[in-house]
Design a protein around this ligand. Structure first.
Ligand code: AMP
Ligand code: MG
Length: 468
């Protein structure tokens, strides 16, 4: 696998999300508006028999195991060939969700000065006795103009600089006020209600380490340290291209043997979900020249190219041929189901700028699972992240399932919590064209290559597709 440099992600021409179907009439369905589909209850699954696989498996499913590249090997080859994009400086809010490219050290103490934790009176703790004259006041943001002498007090607000001489603050609630003097009900201890300079962070200290994914707390920390810009790994631009003579745009009248293009939507949403900027394009053609022209036209806008369709064994499966012509892209049969036929490699998108390219299979569930298994870790690596995949849990099977030997099988399952354990149940027909069972799924259970059947009560690893 090639170790490729990444291009210039700071290009100001980076397009925002582009969707070529935006001009098309829209059929509005709930899922397009980002609303969660109704969640299937476990009782929806009639059969307690093993989950079926249906007929719509990836093309030439019946290959001999010797032709198959083990999934772990194939994935490792991809992940090891990907480098993070070149870091860029972003303003704090734009950097939210990005991984830090460098460690960040504090430029000064936080808090920068001793300050009051309460509204009250600054005093000398050892000299509190009887009525104390109030010598002045210090508000937050002000430089104190008075100091605190033995036996006097200075009114102070939360966050205000503790005036010279004082070593404690008495909260206003614990004080009897009488004009220009106060009486303290309880003698404070030295240091009471004072937040000391540097108690949160010391100047020079490393506060955030490279790789930290910036969230509200870490962005707040950067702001508190006085940083307005920060060096982060940018989100890649992912160009998604669905291909196939049979494809029609949703919202446009479908005719004859056409089907609506689901995959460009599936993959674009998955890519956006990783934080990537996306360009979505459908090529309703299997014509080699058209495929090549359109892909070439899109390459300058891509940090990653993801195509779907046209990588199986059919006469018109020419995407793999086109990708191989455009760069060092190879076709493999990977030991997984769904998603066996895969193309991956590198293409020079602009002179000197080489990007990773995926040719994913056309069945919608195959495309989805392939994205999760290969494309998500790739995007995560480019984002400089260490967490490459979705979270995983261990679950107990509530229903038996049949699997296929020599391939890692990803089974769509619902999850529910019972007796402090996760219970997994296949969502029904596991055919690689059956999006419906994916809509219902909370996760993908991973069945190892050496198993062709799992019984009720056996444990499986489940990759979480949504929060449960
Ligand atoms: P292919 O990988 O091109 O051989 O396609 C495999 C199966 O997936 C065929 O039944 C295609 O019609 C279907 N398919 C391919 N692309 C899409 C798409 N974008 N949306 C929905 N189904 C698709
Ligand atoms: Mg096709």
């Amino acid at each position: 696998m090639v170790n490729q440099p990444q291009g210039d992600p700071s290009d100001p021409q980076r397009p925002q999300d582009v969707d070529t179907a935006e001009q098309q009439p829209q059929a509005t369905v709930a899922s397009e508006r980002g609303e969660a589909p109704p969640h299937a209850a476990a009782s929806d699954h009639s059969a307690d028999g093993p989950a079926r696989h249906g007929d719509a498996t990836d093309a030439h499913d019946a290959v001999s195991s010797s032709e198959l590249v083990p999934l772990s090997e194939y994935l490792q080859g991809i992940v090891e060939s990907i480098r993070p994009l070149a870091p860029i400086q972003l303003s704090l809010l734009d950097a939210s969700g990005c991984a830090l490219a460098t460690d960040v050290a504090a430029r000064e103490d936080i808090p920068p000065f001793d300050n009051s934790a309460m509204d009250g009176y600054a005093v000398v703790a050892e000299a509190v006795d009887g009525w104390l004259p109030v010598a002045g006041e210090v508000a937050a943001g002000e430089d104190p103009t008075v100091s605190v002498e033995h036996g006097t007090a200075v009114r102070i607000m939360t966050g205000a600089v503790v005036p010279a001489g004082a070593n404690a603050v008495v909260p206003v609630e614990l004080v009897e006020e009488d004009g220009a003097r106060i009486r303290v009900q309880q003698v404070p201890v030295a240091g009471a209600h004072i937040r000391h300079a540097g108690e949160s962070v010391r100047a020079g200290e490393t506060v955030l380490v490279a790789g930290t994914v910036l969230d509200a707390a870490s962005i707040g920390m950067l702001a508190a340290l006085g940083y307005s810009y920060v060096s982060v790994f940018p989100h890649p631009r992912v160009v998604v291209v669905s291909t196939g003579e049979e494809l029609a745009d949703p919202g446009v009248e479908r005719s004859g043997g056409a089907i609506y293009d689901a995959n460009s939507y599936v993959l674009t949403v998955l890519a956006r979900d990783t934080g990537a900027q996306t360009v979505r394009r459908m090529i309703a053609s299997d014509d080699k020249e058209r495929l090549r022209e359109t892909i070439e036209e899109l390459l300058p806008h891509a940090d990653v190219l993801v195509t779907t369709g046209g990588v199986s064994a059919g006469r018109y499966d020419l995407v793999k041929v086109v990708l191989a012509e455009l760069g060092d892209v190879r076709f493999s049969k990977v030991g997984m189901r769904p998603g066996m036929p895969q193309a991956f490699g590198f293409i020079e998108a602009d002179p000197g700028r080489i990007i990773p390219c995926f040719g994913l299979p056309g069945n919608p569930v195959s495309a989805y699972v392939s994205f999760e298994v290969f494309v998500r870790p790739t995007i995560r690596r480019m984002q400089g992240r260490r967490d490459l995949s979705r979270p995983r849990i261990s679950a107990t099977l509530e229903a038996p399932l049949d699997s296929v030997r020599d391939k890692v099988e990803f089974v769509r399952v619902t999850l529910r919590r019972r007796d402090s354990e996760w219970q997994a149940r296949p969502t029904g027909d596991q055919g690689s064209g059956i999006l419906r069972s994916l809509v219902e799924a909370d996760g993908l259970a991973e069945v190892p290559t050496d198993r062709d059947h799992l019984d009720v009560g056996e444990r499986v690893v489940v990759h979480l597709l949504r929060s449960v």
